[in-house]
Design a protein around this ligand. Structure first.
Ligand code: NAP
Length: 492
């Protein structure tokens, strides 16, 4: 563990869920050219495994297999698909500890959070196993006497899912759960940083009994070439992407060539507002949960805090005490609360945001230094101004920037002054203000006196440049189905 000091990481336990080949058409396969790439433990820098590095031709094989599997799979009854998903859910839950350890090894998040992610990820499989049976259509009162109008919902076809490293399991199940429930075969392209968790749950999907070709995982380091194929191949009918806004825009433009349906879950720039009437202890607890989860590397992490002048000193004081007490180290150690950043690029970004803020007048209250390897001290920064990079872009690291405000209208304007619109948070005990501010914030999700907003039962997603579509909840299935109008004529 390190609180500015480092301890030697423990040796990594072997894990029976480690698979290094891609999973295509019900088989574990190598790339045609035999290439592989290494998966690195960000806490130690050690190579965990080398996995198959697929190229275009390999991915086309997976797409063909998924397309061939589609008719029989969509013709299963909803209950049969639901049963398969339920089996997969049970297997994921049964392997919770091994999955959590694998996830911590490859993405660095602490074990308690990895265990939480297994539960969270599994919850989408369970939820959509249930939703599979409820994809109701409609009967519409006809416009003429000799017609009968009916709406049915059908599987959209082969779905490609491109996912990020910060939730190696849940970002897959949040897409694949509804797709499989709807009768759509899937091709998962996991991130090159965390392919092992993706392969482990593919193995559990195989054990659950999904027919060959229905569930495919293609591991690759050639993201651009494989991404282009998934976008331009006509047999793929839907692309669901979670990741950065820049890559989301690129994929959207590539999907324009065949007007492929897309869902995008992209980056955010979450404001966190503490009004003068807030419960300050609750606000500190919410800020800690949202800002420092996964070392500040989630799309809904607080990115900038605005605290009312009257409670500013109290909030900064209490937050600083909590942040200074955070234990940093290898996430495999149960006592650790914050792991490493994912890679050198992530670390460089944090350093750049910090240097920019300091050059424009920000003040370090806690932390502020890089530790060994990819570790960084949890940091509190004050005197933040809107021109600082840290106030405008996701820092994706353990830095909490705080600004002062005095007026409700002013702070709403500051909070909305961003191209992003994913998550936002505020604390107040005034019920009128709660409604007023919640309605005024231009975000897909608002936490009101709450820092943890994600659940499978509520719609997750953003507006503006944070994305298109919603995942989870009763709305989630619609993005993997097409609506069809049946017009029966000549009815006497
Ligand atoms: P990223 O660089 O956009 O990568 C996401 C995925 O896209 C990875 O699988 C990546 O593969 C792949 N990719 C990269 N370039 C590609 C290309 N040219 N064509 C096709 N695929 C490509 O994002 P990240 O750094 O991994 O993830 C962090 C971002 O995701 C943050 O912005 C965060 O806010 C966002 N996020 C959003 C949500 C949400 O629900 N809104 C949830 C989690 C994360 P490689 O790994 O091989 O590069």
């Amino acid at each position: 563990m390190m609180n500015s000091t480092h301890t030697t990481p423990k040796p990594q336990a072997t894990n029976s869920l480690i698979r290094t080949q891609s999973y295509v058409n019900g088989m574990w396969v190598d790339a045609a050219n035999g290439e592989t790439f290494d998966v690195i433990d960000p806490a130690t820098g050690n190579i965990i495994a080398s996995v198959v590095d697929m190229g275009n031709a390999d991915v086309r094989t997976a797409i063909d297999a998924a397309h061939a599997a589609w008719p029989a799979y969509r013709d299963l009854t909803a209950k049969e698909r639901s049963t398969l998903l339920r089996k997969w859910f049970t297997l994921i839950v049964e392997h919770k500890e091994e999955l959590a350890r694998l996830m911590t090894m490859e993405c660095g998040k602490v074990l308690s959070e990895s265990r939480g992610e297994v539960d969270y990820g599994a919850s989408f499989v369970e939820w959509f196993a249930e939703e599979a049976k409820r994809t109701y259509g409609d009967v519409i009162p006809a416009n003429t006497k000799d017609k009968r109008l009916v709406v049915i919902k059908q599987s959209i076809g082969v779905v490609a899912a491109i996912t990020p490293w910060n939730f190696p399991l849940a970002m897959i199940t949040r897409k694949v759960g509804p797709a499989l429930a709807a009768g759509s075969p899937v091709i998962v392209k996991p991130p090159s940083e965390t392919p092992l968790t993706a392969l482990a749950i593919s193995y559990l999907a195989e054990k659950a009994g999904f027919p060959p070709g229905v569930y495919n995982t293609v591991t690759t380091s050639k993201n651009a070439e494989v991404g282009l194929e998934l976008c331009e191949n006509n047999k793929v009918r839907k692309l669901s992407f979670t990741g950065s806004t820049a890559i989301g825009k690129l994929l959207m433009s590539q999907c324009a060539s065949n007007l492929k349906k897309i869902s995008l879950e992209l980056g955010g720039n979450a404001p966190f507002i503490v009004f003068e009437d807030a419960d300050i202890d609750a606000a500190v607890k919410g800020a800690m949960a949202s800002k420092f989860r996964n070392n500040g590397q989630t799309c809904v992490c607080v990115n900038r805090m605005y605290v009312h002048d009257r409670v500013y000193d109290e909030f900064v004081g209490k937050l600083s005490v909590a942040v200074a007490a955070l234990r940093v180290g290898n996430g495999m150690d149960d006592d650790v609360q914050m792991g490493p950043l994912i890679n050198e690029k992530g670390l460089t970004k944090v350093k750049h945001h910090l240097a920019d803020a300091l050059s424009k007048g920000a003040k370090i209250i806690v932390g502020g230094n890089a530790l060994e390897g990819l570790f960084f001290q949890p940091t509190v920064l004050t005197n933040i101004t809107p021109d600082m990079v840290i106030a405008r872009e996701e820092v994706f690291g353990p830095v909490a920037p705080i600004a002062r405000f005095t007026d409700e209208k002013e702070v709403i304007q500051l909070a909305n002054d961003t191209p992003y619109g994913l998550a936002s948070y505020f604390y107040s005990k005034d019920i009128s203000r709660c409604w007023r501010v919640a309605e005024a914030l231009e975000y897909g999700m608002v936490g009101i006196n709450e820092g943890m907003i994600s659940t499978e039962v509520a719609p997750f997603g953003g507006i503006k440049e944070s994305g298109i579509g919603r995942e989870g909840s009763k709305y989630g299935m619609d993005y993997f189905m097409e609506m069809k109008h049946l017009c029966f004529g000549g009815i006497n």
